[in-house]
Design a binder for this molecule. Structure first.
Ligand code: ZN
Length: 489
């Protein structure tokens, strides 16, 4: 066996075990009996130990030095294994262990203090998390910017400076759009009770419409919707509110976007590093394209309006135009996950600035709440009323996910580019979507982007798919055109 084949055989088992770990996590959020929590933590811990020792296995160095890739996909495999191995080796084992322990407990501490609206009680834990992530960032950056090193975990090749430049270009246009829209009359929302079973049936239909492969997936309920797994087992979750059917429908479409990406990767790459979505930003570009740019389009909502009338009868909206406006209603709110397309990126920008300052040591944890509240008032025009609507709302920082937030907006930016390009190639798309047929769009995304998995670097795969250099321009043009028309501004 060649060094390359030996390395790939070893890596395949590591990937398989990582998939098992992911499935334990899925199980924990969906069907695990409550009393199993303690044992589950031990099971996951044991598996993490096995994975860590495989990722630091002394044979890896030799294989990586000797391996000759047989083709371009092999080159990509080596590049990804090298990157992950180098990352693991840069962080001292003791620090990695402490991070794992502290983060697993911090999430519970965060949830407890969020429920009590108690920022002060959470601060010591947050301070410890920030310290550890700063140490990890410094170890990874080896003299460079620690925040860049953390971003690189989620979005290889992206830097804080590049994100800041993009966000600076976006913010004035978004704030201007927000002010114009909020100065106009708000459209009516849906009214009534939408039975859970009927919502779930229609959400399964939506998953099918958006190309979810049920033979390699399933949908369950969870508090926070997510997608889990890759290759031939990609599961999603959704949630139901009987007064807000869009929550269920658009959460489902969003997660189908993530899942379709994983399911759409060339089957030859399954259980290899290339056989997974290439970055969080590119992942989010798929979910946001499906959910917003396609799912909330005038054409597709026309079809959805008809289906909802068939399933639920009347719900206070007279016609497809009114329904489109209801689906895309802009409302100022505190909570990022409930934000509309106009507000969403403003939420991300403030988190990015705050977390970057924390990691670079420019903002002290003790001053975070004041900094959050001040920025929120400046960008959203309202004062934060309680911490659970402010700096305690997101789970990310408690789990040490610093550098993750910007990938949400990057996903929106990439989605803007991808949908601009696919609309150029598919002039009949709106006519098809008006009949509930999105296959031309999802097929375009699969062929141009999804099937490549990790073959190309994140920005590169988007550039290849679009045929132009990705930028924030197409997203901003789309938002201004769409909401300008809906609100007549
Ligand atoms: Zn997502």
């Amino acid at each position: 066996m060649s060094a390359f084949d030996e390395l790939m055989a070893f890596q395949r088992q590591t990937e398989a075990l990582a998939q098992v770990g992911g499935r334990l996590g899925w199980d924990q959020e969906t069907v695990m009996p409550e009393g199993a929590a303690g044992q589950r933590a031990e099971e996951i811990g044991a598996l993490e130990g096995v994975l860590h020792s495989r990722r630091t296995d002394p044979r890896l160095d030799g294989w990586l030095k000797a391996a000759k890739a047989p083709d371009a996909a092999g080159e990509a495999q080596l590049r990804l294994i090298r990157r992950s191995h180098a990352r693991t080796m840069k962080v001292p084992a003791k620090l990695a262990e402490e991070i794992a322990t502290v983060m697993s407990l911090a999430q519970g501490v965060w949830a407890e203090h969020r429920a009590k609206e108690d920022v002060a009680g959470f601060l010591p834990t947050l301070r410890r998390v920030v310290e550890l992530k700063r140490q990890e960032g410094a170890a990874l950056a080896a003299g460079g910017d620690p925040y860049d090193a953390l971003v690189d975990d989620y979005e290889p090749g992206m830097t804080g400076a590049a994100i800041a430049a993009m966000f600076d270009a976006m913010r004035p246009r978004l704030v201007r759009l927000r002010e114009k829209v909020l100065g106009a009359a708000a459209p009516k929302g849906v009214v009534g009770v939408f039975p859970a079973e009927a919502q779930l049936a229609l959400s399964r239909e939506l998953a099918t419409v958006f190309g979810y492969d049920w033979s390699r997936g399933r949908v369950d309920l969870a508090v926070h919707p997510f997608s889990s797994g890759s290759g031939h087992d990609v599961r999603i979750t959704t949630r139901v509110s009987e007064t807000d059917p869009f929550n269920c429908f658009y959460s489902t479409i969003h997660e189908v976007g993530h899942a379709a990406y994983e399911q759409g990767i060339d089957a030859a790459y399954a259980l290899t590093p290339v056989g997974q979505g290439v970055s969080m930003g590119v992942h989010e570009s798929q979910s946001r394209s499906y959910e917003n740019q396609l799912g909330r389009s005038r054409a597709f909502t026309g079809w959805l309006f008809g289906r909802m009338r068939e399933v639920f009868g009347a719900f206070g909206i007279a016609d497809a135009e009114g329904f489109y406006r209801a689906v895309n209603r802009v409302h100022p709110g505190y909570i990022r996950t409930e934000a509309d397309e106009v507000h969403y990126n403003l939420h991300i920008m403030m988190r990015f600035d705050l977390e970057r300052a924390l990691i670079r040591g420019e903002l002290d944890v003790a001053d975070l709440e004041a900094a959050w509240n001040e920025r929120f008032r400046a960008d959203f025009g309202v004062a934060v009323d309680k911490p659970s609507n402010g700096m305690l709302q997101d789970v990310h920082w408690s789990c040490g996910l610093f550098g993750y937030f910007p990938t949400y907006t990057l996903g929106n930016v990439y989605a803007g580019c991808l949908v601009k390009a696919l609309r150029g190639d598919l002039p009949g798309l709106d006519g098809q979507m008006a009949d509930g047929d999105v296959t031309a769009a999802t097929g375009w995304l699969r062929e141009r982007l999804q099937r490549h998995g990790g073959l190309y670097e994140p920005r590169d795969v988007v550039r290849r798919a679009c045929g132009f250099e990705p930028s924030e321009g197409p997203l901003l043009d789309y938002l201004e055109a769409k909401f300008g028309a809906i609100y007549g501004v």
